[in-house]
Design a protein around this ligand. Structure first.
Ligand code: SAH
Ligand code: SF4
Length: 348
């Protein structure tokens, strides 16, 4: 079996692993410094680390397992990376530029089994989960690219919104969050991290209990069960009666507001009555609705993007009904922006 990436170990896991082999805690700190601050990509570059320690590390781990397959840069500075995993599968990672910083959208699974009717990622069934190391590596590869460009830019934000359902790869995703948040490493503020889920209620409770302080976004996309089941078949197993209490639990435990994502699909869920019904469903919950312009996917030709005036009218209706909301700014529309699009084109 090929070696896994050392990026996949939390600081505590690496410390414990080294301790079992007779290396004290200070060694783990040294190794992390090289990995995340000086950002070397071979063990031999860690010149001041004890040689026995480096030997045992390199016998059991590698640093990089991903290779860059293609990279597309958009006019607005968005960069979409397609990485090949060690076993040949392809995944997508996107770097976006905002006023407030640089965010990276990471993939958590190869394909997705949830199979939402509008999504390009769900076109390809899940092959496997990504390891925590493979998720961290996406951030590191983007950061190494920025280091190479040499402007001193840092990845400041993370959105777990690439291919896959993060709550269907829960443990690896949580390890990933612990690693990127760690103040000894990349030190990305938890409030700068957002995880998006299609609404696996049971996992939302578990996630709330972990108190990780990261933002949670729920792909809601419809104001009632009938419509939600039509566009997201997961709603059959986990209808709103199960999802809404999980959302309430998260809001209460985290003492934070939740983001509700709502893709606007022309004539499907974008009418005034849908906005009113959505406002009623949300009620006085601490929620922020993110209205998302639909990115057309060739295979899902039954859906079109809502017209701009419809989007604005939907927004106005929500506002009038006391709902906090915004319209998502799009990035990289000239480069197969919808998650999973670039990959699904390459795999054809
Ligand atoms: N599986 C998770 C996270 C990945 S999808 C989830 O579903 O939440 C991230 C976001 O992109 C979700 O809100 C999803 O509904 C949205 N999305 C998927 N396909 C899209 C498309 N074609 N256009 C716009 N948004 C899309
Ligand atoms: Fe999977 Fe999310 Fe796409 Fe649904 S929207 S198919 S859960 S990646």
């Amino acid at each position: 079996m090929s070696k896994t990436s050392i990026y996949g170990l939390t600081f505590e896991q690496l410390s414990a692993w080294l301790l079992e082999r007779g290396h004290k805690k200070g060694r783990a700190s040294q190794v992390w410094e090289w990995l995340y601050r000086k950002r070397v990509t071979t063990f031999t570059d860690m010149v001041d680390v004890n040689l026995d320690c480096l030997k045992v590390l390199s016998e059991n781990f590698t640093i990089q397992t991903l290779t860059e397959h293609t990279k597309q840069e958009s006019a607005d500075g968005t960069i979409k990376f397609l990485f090949a995993l060690a076993d040949g599968d392809l995944i997508e990672t996107v770097l976006m530029r905002h006023k407030y910083g640089l965010s990276v959208c990471v993939t958590t699974q190869v394909g997705c089994n949830i199979g939402c009717s509008f999504c390009a990622s769900g076109l390809l069934k899940k092959d496997r989960d990504l390891s925590s190391g493979e998720i961290v590596e996406q951030i590191m590869n983007v950061q190494l690219h920025l280091d190479e460009v040499g402007k001193g830019e840092r990845v400041s934000h993370i959105v777990v919104m690439g291919i896959g359902e993060p709550f269907d790869n829960f443990e690896n995703m949580v390890d990933f969050l612990e690693i990127v948040k760690d103040q000894k490493g990349l030190e990305i503020g938890p409030r700068h991290i957002t995880v998006s889920t299609s609404g696996l209620a049971q996992k939302i409770y578990e996630f709330a209990d972990l108190k990780l302080q990261v933002n949670l976004a729920i792909s809601l996309h419809a104001p009632n069960n009938e419509l939600r089941t039509r566009i997201m078949k997961i709603n059959r197993a986990i209808p709103l009666e199960k999802l809404m209490p999980a959302i309430d639990y998260y809001i209460e435990k985290s003492n934070r507001r939740i983001t509700l994502e709502y893709i606007l699909l022309k004539d499907v869920n974008d009418q005034k009555e849908h906005a009113e019904e959505l406002a009623e469903l949300i009620g006085d919950r601490r929620a922020y609705v993110n209205l998302i312009p639909y990115n057309p996917v060739d295979e899902h030709s039954q859906y079109q993007r809502s017209e701009e005036k419809t989007v604005l009218a939907f927004y106005d209706t929500l506002k009038k009904n006391g709902i906090t909301c915004g319209i998502r700014i799009e990035h990289g529309t000239d480069i197969d922006a919808a998650c999973g699009q670039l990959r699904s084109k390459q795999m054809k």
